[in-house]
Design a protein around this ligand. Structure first.
Ligand code: FAD
Length: 632
């Protein structure tokens, strides 16, 4: 029989990025025995790669900033499709979560008078991103890990065992959630190094697994982002929303080919970098959409003055939300005004002294020097869009992070959850999202375990089924090659479900995904269970596939363009569609099912934060008359 290592916990947190670590801290502070699982090395999550900063309306650099302005910016960035309650909680609680990080030992860059410094970013009205140079995520992870170590030291002092209340299982992949009826009972997976199985029994699981970018070839995401948490949620009866909305970050490296997709932080533009086409033209002025016209400069002179005097000038159009900038770059390249490698130029070299560039953007300086042999203090960078972030994710209760659908005991936070960012996320709003909703998910997962009268039980046949599924690829040594399958999936998604979408291509994509499903059912891996990346990928593929199907289905259904979803055949935003979330679930046969669901209505006092004329750009006549009737 197969050996399985068994553990018992109160709360299992899957994912060791910002959301997972913050959730685990909170669960442990509530007295729960907590496990943290991470697919890669501990400390190596997307969170660590975050460069620009964490958005929080602390008002340190411009005292006019407050949660209401941040809330407005977030809703505008998401084109009003956000779950308003999440956007509200996020805007209100982000400053507290940042200050709290300082008490854990975080060292942010400072203003002259010693406050946490804040930088400008696309879509944020005031300087709002707390940062540490362009290595903010590293500081965030370092601090959260340090807090966990300090909690483990407390536990050691009390129990003689560092792991007694909080234990980290690194390089461990969860492949299955186990249920008792409709309640979570545990998680099953394998150690990547030995290939041995592990079973963690627990009544509450927090998903904090991050994104899905590896289903695209050009992506800023690293290998482990295969949508595992999204798929685990679906398979256990939870639902996903907004899966058609993917953020293509406007500036990824485009050259050399081996590094295509690697991120060039938005801080480059926030700090003064400009985009030019091959004619040397600052083209973003031609791409300011009507809904944003009033907030953006019309001339280069005004745009340049804004950096020094933001109160009396409008912002440069390079700082429009990411979806707008990505589409603009796409159009310039398509119109033949791109660079030789198929991007556009992003220039800081003519905009600030070399010394300022290397101080403010040290990682970018080294990244280009080492990977592309480009000195960004002397010449422009070449950049183009790259698949970066998934707005869609687990449909959750906004206050607790509890997954909706049919399953109890499942929580989600961070990039794997949906709703918060609507159709497009503002830069910097993810790091703050992780802290705000990570904490909430940990707290509510702990409270949920307290509310249970009987502990859910893991059922042996379910464990046996999980083992069989996990071993299947190894039993088909000559089955389909997992790497070929991943490339074919990436080609289908990149070519047919990319930045600009059309009905015909989306239909083709769904057909290709069906074919791939057949082939993935026959995926094989050569070799054995000891450190075998081919086997691991074979197991990830079914997750990538089901999540990609959600994206393609929802993208075909949503006949409008909004945020991270652009339909060439429906180029306008449609106020009717703004009222609709597309909800994905799995039916009994394992097929993706799509349902339309009305968005929750924004509370009056939140509606009143906006001018009626602005709301009119997004809402139907009907909604507007209801809103104004209530306001009077
Ligand atoms: P992650 O940090 O992605 O962590 C996910 C964790 O889940 C990892 O530990 C992973 O190993 C684990 N995991 C996944 N699947 C499994 C499984 N099956 N079993 C066990 N463990 C699993 N956002 C900002 O706000 N500001 C920025 O400046 C910024 N810059 C960015 C730069 C880059 C290059 C990238 C890629 C993203 C950036 N983002 C930024 C986005 C932000 O970093 C991410 O959205 C965020 O870090 C996600 O955090 P998370 O905690 O949800 O998940």
């Amino acid at each position: 029989s197969t050996r399985i290592e068994r553990h018992h916990y109160d709360v299992v947190v899957i994912g060791a990025g910002g959301a997972g670590l913050r959730a685990a801290i909170e669960a442990r502070l509530a007295g729960k025995r907590t496990a943290i699982i991470s697919k890669s090395l501990f400390g190596k999550a997307h969170t660590v790669m975050a460069e620009g900063g964490a958005a929080a309306a602390m008002g340190n650099v411009n005292s006019r900033d407050n949660w209401m302005v941040h809330f407005r910016d977030t809703m505008r960035g998401g084109k009003f499709l956000n779950n308003f309650r999440m956007a509200e909680l996020h805007a209100k609680e982000a400053p507290e979560r940042i200050w709290e990080l300082e008490t854990y030992g975080a060292l942010f860059d400072r203003t002259k008078d010693g406050k946490i410094s804040q930088r400008n970013f696309g879509g944020h009205e005031y300087p709002r991103l707390a940062h540490v140079g362009d290595r903010t995520g590293l500081e965030l992870i370092r601090t959260l890990q340090q807090k966990i170590v300090s909690l483990q030291q407390e536990d050691f002092a009390e129990t003689g065992n560092y792991d007694s209340r909080i234990r980290v299982f690194a390089e461990t992949t969860i492949t299955e959630l186990l249920l008792d009826g409709d309640r979570v009972a545990g998680a099953f997976g394998y150690y990547r190094e030995s290939g041995e199985f592990i079973l963690l029994e627990a009544p509450a699981v927090v998903l904090a697994t991050g994104g899905v970018g590896r289903s695209y070839k050009v992506t800023s995401n690293s290998w482990e982002y295969t949508g595992d948490g999204h798929a685990l949620a679906l398979r256990s009866g939870a639902t996903l929303i907004n899966m058609e909305f993917l953020q293509f970050h406007p500036t990824g490296m485009v050259w050399p080919p081996s590094v295509k997709g690697i991120l060039v932080t938005e801080s480059v533009r926030g700090d003064g970098g400009v985009l030019r086409n091959s004619d040397g033209k600052r083209f973003m002025f031609d791409y300011v959409p009507d809904v944003f016209r009033k907030q953006y400069a019309e001339t280069e002179e005004e745009a340049d003055r804004w950096y020094e005097d933001p109160d009396n000038n409008r912002r440069p159009p390079e700082l429009l939300p990411r979806d707008e900038v990505a589409r603009a770059i796409n159009s310039e390249v398509k119109a033949g005004r791109g660079t030789p490698a198929g991007g556009v130029y992003l220039d800081v070299s003519t905009r600030m002294p070399a010394e300022v560039i290397t101080r403010r953007l040290p990682s970018m300086y080294h990244q280009f020097k080492e990977l592309a042999d480009v000195d960004i203090t002397k010449e422009p960078m070449e950049v183009g869009p790259t698949c970066h972030y998934v707005m869609g994710g687990v449909e959750v209760d906004p206050d607790s992070g509890a997954a909706l659908g049919t399953v109890a005991g499942l929580f989600a936070a961070g990039e794997v959850s949906g709703g918060m960012h609507g159709s497009n996320r503002l830069g910097g709003n993810s790091l703050s999202d992780l802290l705000v909703f990570g904490k909430r998910a940990g707290e509510h997962a702990a409270a949920y375990t307290d509310s249970l009268t009987a502990k859910p039980r893991v059922h042996t046949p379910d464990v046996e089924a999980a083992v069989t599924t996990a071993l299947a690829p190894l039993q088909r040594q000559s089955g389909e090659n997992p790497y070929t399958l991943q490339q074919d999936l990436q080609a289908a998604m990149g070519d047919l479900v990319g930045i600009i979408r059309r009905a015909g291509e989306l239909t083709d994509a769904l057909k290709r995904l069906q074919e791939l499903k057949q082939r993935v059912a026959n995926v094989g891996a050569t070799g054995g269970r000891r450190y075998n990346p081919g086997w691991h990928l074979a197991l990830d593929l079914r997750n990538m596939l089901v999540v990609s199907e959600c994206t393609a289905k929802a993208a075909l259904e949503r006949e409008e363009s909004r945020g991270g979803h652009t339909r060439e055949d429906f180029p306008q935003m449609n106020p009717q569609w703004r009222q609709v979330n597309l909800v994905c679930s799995l039916d009994k046969t394992g097929d993706v099912h799509l349902e339309r669901k009305a968005l929750p209505t924004m509370r009056d006092e939140l509606i009143e934060l906006f001018d009626r004329s602005e709301l009119a750009k997004y809402m139907t006549e009907d909604e507007l008359s209801r809103a104004s009737a209530e306001a009077h």
